[in-house]
Write a protein that binds this ligand. Structure first.
Ligand code: ZN
Ligand code: ZN
Length: 364
């Protein structure tokens, strides 16, 4: 992985040069890791593990004393600065008398309070909000990153294999979720997001939280989970049935699967996210469930479980070879239940490779 960092930094500096910027202040944790190899995670929106300051000819990693040893180990090529009185104060010291006048920052990864403090500390500096640039670099995966993602997929699948067998009437959603979490900590670095286990009417909520509800005969159970391995995420959803599903859910399941297969067949570089979304959405719409497909078709996966590109009606950006995306159509019937099926796919010049296993699908 270390061999990838110089090239990434070079590309970021090209962006600096093209935009006439003197520096890029990186505060998104995944971008920080992507550029430097520093793996620390932020504990919350206002508790950052540090920032990068990328200059035209210098790369500085700023963090606090808790991360000093880790930062030196993981990012040995970066000039390490430990701050004692916060990021804003340290930036002021660093920039004093320098020729840095125009700095890009990430508005979606800086709180208003942090930004105010930085602006006050550097009153002469011009700040340019620049989001999505490093994310666009991250969206095209290197072969090594694809290998890591595949490992994260395999880890999640080995856990799901056990879940498939454990699902039975009488077990609760939380018990299934606990089984998944335990497996993901055992087979990987842990979950890439808190698993969703949603049965019966709860399956009508796309982002349901596992409850004490007991799984009952005939119900759909949406299981959405993923692993993290070497920092990379996987994300997959299967809808399972406890015993024999009702005819309505057999129908809904078949429609969702058809939509997923059609989108998978069509996926390739050169199409927009909007075009792929429409292929799946049209099938669900024509079957009479258009308003019940309440989210976009998919998203990129990498260091973050949700990242660029987005496959939705709003996405006019072209998909490119090397992107890893999910294909996850769903139909949700309030009060009754729902079905979502999610695979991960590698976008290629002439088509796609489905990275998720073909297992755990019904053929109604
Ligand atoms: Zn998912
Ligand atoms: Zn997803």
């Amino acid at each position: 992985m270390r061999s990838l960092y110089p090239g990434r930094l070079k590309r970021l500096r090209l962006i600096l040069a093209r935009q006439g910027l003197d520096a890029f202040l990186v505060t998104c944790p995944e971008n920080r890791r992507y550029l430097s190899g520093f793996t620390a995670e932020d504990m919350g929106i206002s508790e950052s593990a540090g920032a990068l300051l990328v200059l035209r000819n210098e790369a500085i990693l700023l963090t606090d004393g808790r991360y000093q040893v880790q930062a030196r180990d993981e990012a040995p090529d970066w000039h390490l600065v430990i701050y004692r009185q916060g990021l804003a104060h340290t930036l002021k010291d660093l920039m004093y008398g320098s020729a840095i006048h125009k700095i890009a920052y990430e508005p979606n990864f800086l709180t208003c309070q942090q930004f105010d403090a930085i602006r006050k500390a550097l009153p002469e500096t011009e700040f340019v909000a620049l989001s999505g640039r490093i994310e666009a670099m991250r969206s095209i995966k290197a072969p090594l990153e694809i290998d890591y993602i595949k490992e994260a997929i395999s880890a999640a699948e080995s856990v799901l294999n056990g879940v498939w067998r454990a699902i039975r009437p009488g077990i609760t959603e939380k018990e299934v979720a606990w089984y998944i979490l335990e497996g993901l900590w055992r087979c990987a670095e842990g979950p890439s997001f808190p698993p969703i286990v949603a049965s019966g009417p709860n399956a009508a909520l796309p982002h349901a939280v596992p409850t004490d509800k007991v799984l009952e005969e005939g119900e759909p159970v949406i299981v959405d989970m993923g692993a993290r391995l070497k920092g990379y995420c996987s994300d997959m959803t299967r809808t399972m049935f406890v015993g024999r599903p009702k005819p309505l859910f057999r129908e809904v399941y078949s429609i969702v699967r058809e939509a997923q297969l059609a989108a998978q067949r069509a996926l390739k570089a050169g199409l927009t996210g909007r075009q792929i979304d429409k292929i799946a959405r049209d099938i669900i719409h024509d079957a009479g469930y258009g308003p019940r497909f309440v989210h976009s078709l998919g998203h990129g996966v990498g260091l973050a479980v949700h990242e660029a590109p987005i496959l939705s009606h709003r996405s006019r950006k072209m998909l490119r070879a090397g992107m890893v995306v999910t294909i996850e159509p769903g139909i949700y019937l309030p009060g009754q239940g729902g079905v979502r099926l999610e695979n991960m796919a590698l976008v290629e010049a002439e088509g796609t490779t489905i990275l998720s296993k073909k297992d755990w699908f019904y053929d109604f």
